[in-house]
Design a protein around this ligand. Sequence first.
Ligand SMILES: Nc1ncnc2c1ncn2[C@@H]1O[C@H](COP(=O)(O)OP(=O)(O)OP(=O)(O)O)[C@@H](O)[C@H]1O
Ligand SMILES: [Mg+2]
Length: 268
Amino acid sequence: MLQIKHVTRRFGAKAAVDHASFTVEGASFVGVIGRSGAGKSTLLRMINRLTEASEGEILFEGRNILALQGAEKRAWQSQCAMIFQQFNLVPRMDVASNVLHGILNRRSTLATMFNVWPQADILRALSILDRLGISEQAPKRAEALSGGQQQRVAIARALMQDPKIILADEPIASLDPMNAQVVMDTLRRIHDEDGRMILANLHTLDTARRYCDRVIGMREGRIVFDGKPEQLTTSVARDIYGADDSFNESATSTAIPAETAYAETLLA
Ligand SMILES: Nc1ncnc2c1ncn2[C@@H]1O[C@H](COP(=O)(O)OP(=O)(O)OP(=O)(O)O)[C@@H](O)[C@H]1O
Ligand SMILES: [Mg+2]
């Protein structure tokens, strides 16, 4: 169980995340939505300890995550693998080595320097690539792959860590619709088959509705919606994306406020 209790992160006077609280039980697939700057990435990064919280508590299976230091903090970071919009692979390195780098922090520097890995780890990396349908890409440089394939390599690298949570920050924002679907199907399959908890920041409502068991909506750092995808009605979505206040005005105004246009695109 992951418990987020009144978690806040301030940058100067501004709260990027403002007293966020929610609990995720077991293997849920949770989508986090909200317009740009709502605090989605900051929330995920605090769970992973890439960004320090200013206030609040994060507990996982009862452990106080925000208090972990040194080796314990690194062990936690490997238990909650991050997936990024830009894949964050080493472009000139082969795919199999990129996947093996998921367990980099368990290896000696020398072994890593010479790219020497135990056979059991190599076989595991290859079997994960095979599971994700990209085993034939293993010897190729990561940069030679399509975006969708690269993101699947990033997912394979995350699985190499055998994580308890997968935190995906806009995993499909850089992909065309077909590759986006393959990557989301992959995440959903991992969730269904392995029972892993997944928290994914998503930039379209459709994706959140289609793939998630639960959706959290953020607006200006605050959680303004937390419910099932079917509860995400148009009016709720307008509230999350901030079009509500300006929506009626836009009918009489010559200039359509940017946020209204933005929400309309998402609702289309
Ligand atoms: N390192 C930082 N320094 C200063 N301000 C920051 C920093 N990181 C985030 N912010 C601010 O915090 C707020 C939330 O940012 P965050 O990146 O979490 O939003 P987001 O919902 O992920 O947006 P997007 O959809 O564009 O990725 C924004 O106003 C942003 O400018
Ligand atoms: Mg973000």
